[in-house]
Design a protein around this ligand. Structure first.
Ligand code: AMP
Length: 430
């Protein structure tokens, strides 16, 4: 028997209702902030990710899924994230001529070849936001605001926004020099990865997860102590906006992104139970990215939130989750003649907008009513021998038990208001 590949998941019907709820909420939140949807391909030229995510990152060096089709000559890869593709689309379609910033959201499936564990998969889903074409710190605050509003309204509690500024190409070289000078005398104490990165991407030493490297990283020089004046002003304006918007943040000096085109703002949202897989969303400013992809210098800021981890956290925190969809009405026919009538009447009811299931197979009325109960429907339309003879269906309220005879000809006009009325009553009872 085949199994789903390692690191992937099947999302079953009882869970897809939860997924749809979270995705719908993501979309609604993005739209409330003025973001429009973009959909880009699931695969791109590998070079886009090598440049746009960056050689030297784990994502590109170890985790890319390459597609092999030798005859096409193209070197393609499954996307490991959304930003590079969205900035490519912005450049390709000349979106710089639209009103700036161009504010986009996307719900994507991403792929990374990583060691699977709870909250870390090889195929996973992200809610992504990008605001391209504006360097105003207000837009950084707004991007963080979208993520916060989204998570808070899902019912997640005790989250922390970690925030830092990593400067820009003007001030970062000084910082990197200080960082390397700080680490060099301790080179022998570092893990193998950190020793290698010390001379290739030293910023990444700050987010090494190995226990042996922690004390050194904790005491390392801080990026915010090296910001040039414009970066410092940007960061302090951002904090001012976050405060008036009521977004709680914690300055987190060790939070970094290791690549040159990331500038200024970086942030992550973490749940109360921390660990290496903890971040449920993160992002920052990438003012150098468009240029690296061959475009004009164009500022940008965005985030990606991990939907799988959000849903895991919602379950852990006992957030309210939607329950499975149920039909409005279950038709319970007894015998072939009744099934013909059921097929016709059910179709009329569906045309009227009701969700209708017809009992199939040959079953006794007892088994049929069990089927009706299992379907979760609120009403059953019973079509037995008496009903066929009298051309009247028995409509039974499955919760309350009361029932009523309704002529076939009147069934549709009877059902729709009855179902809707019971909807209102149910909502009032909640
Ligand atoms: P990143 O692009 O690495 O900053 O990831 C953004 C968010 O996507 C993270 O905060 C996670 O919530 C989520 N994420 C990243 N990698 C994975 C993965 N392998 N499995 C599940 N979620 C992931």
């Amino acid at each position: 028997m085949y199994q789903s590949p390692r690191g992937t998941q099947d999302i079953l019907p009882e869970d897809t209702v939860v997924w749809r709820h979270v995705e719908h909420h993501a979309e609604a939140t993005a739209r409330r902030f003025g973001y429009a949807e973009i959909r880009t391909p699931t695969f791109e030229e590998t070079g886009l990710f090598e440049r746009g995510v960056g050689e030297g990152t784990d994502i590109v060096d170890k985790e890319i899924y390459r597609l092999q089709r030798k005859e096409s000559g193209a070197d393609l890869a499954l996307r490991p994230e959304a930003t590079a593709s969205i900035v490519r689309a912005y450049l390709q379609h000349g979106m710089a001529s639209r009103p700036q910033p161009v504010k986009l959201f996307s719900l994507i499936t991403a792929f990374r070849y990583d060691r699977p564990q709870a909250g870390r998969y090889r195929e996973f889903r992200q809610f992504d936001i990008e605001a391209i074409g504006d360097e105003d710190p207000l837009i950084d605050a707004e991007v963080i605001g979208v993520l916060w509003r989204f998570l808070e309204e899902l019912g997640l509690r005790d989250l922390t926004i970690q925030l830092n500024s990593i400067g820009d190409p003007v001030c970062r070289p000084e910082y990197v020099k200080a960082l390397v000078a700080y680490y060099e005398p301790h080179e022998a104490e570092l893990c193998a990865d950190c020793r290698r990165r010390l001379h290739t991407s030293p910023l990444r030493l700050l987010d090494c997860k190995k226990p042996g490297c922690q004390p050194l990283a904790d005491n390392a020089p801080r990026t915010i102590d090296f910001l040039c004046k414009p970066c410092e002003e940007h960061f302090s304006a951002l904090q001012g906006y976050l405060e008036v918007m009521g977004l709680p943040y914690e300055l987190t000096p060790r939070l970094v992104r290791g690549l040159d085109y990331y500038t200024r703002t970086v942030f992550e949202v973490v749940p109360p139970k921390t660990g290496s897989q903890a971040a449920i969303g993160g992002g920052g400013r990438y003012d150098g990215l468009a240029e690296i992809l061959g475009g004009k210098p164009t500022p940008g800021v965005g985030f990606a939130a991990g939907m799988d981890r959000i849903i895991l956290n919602m379950r852990e925190q006992g957030c309210s989750l939607p329950t499975a969809d149920v039909p409005d009405v279950f038709f319970a026919p007894l015998g072939d003649q009744a099934k013909l009538v059921a097929a016709r009447l059910a179709e009329e009811a569906r045309r009227d907008g009701l969700a209708v299931v017809v009992g199939t197979g040959d079953r006794s009325m007892r088994a049929r009513m069990r089927q009706a109960g299992q379907s979760g429907a609120r009403f059953a339309v019973i079509l037995g021998n008496d009903e066929l003879r009298e051309q009247r269906a028995t409509v039974k309220n499955l919760a309350g038990g009361e029932q009523q005879a309704v002529p076939f000809a009147d069934l549709t006009t009877f059902l729709a208001p009855t179902v809707r009325h019971s909807d209102v009553e149910q909502e009032a009872a909640l």
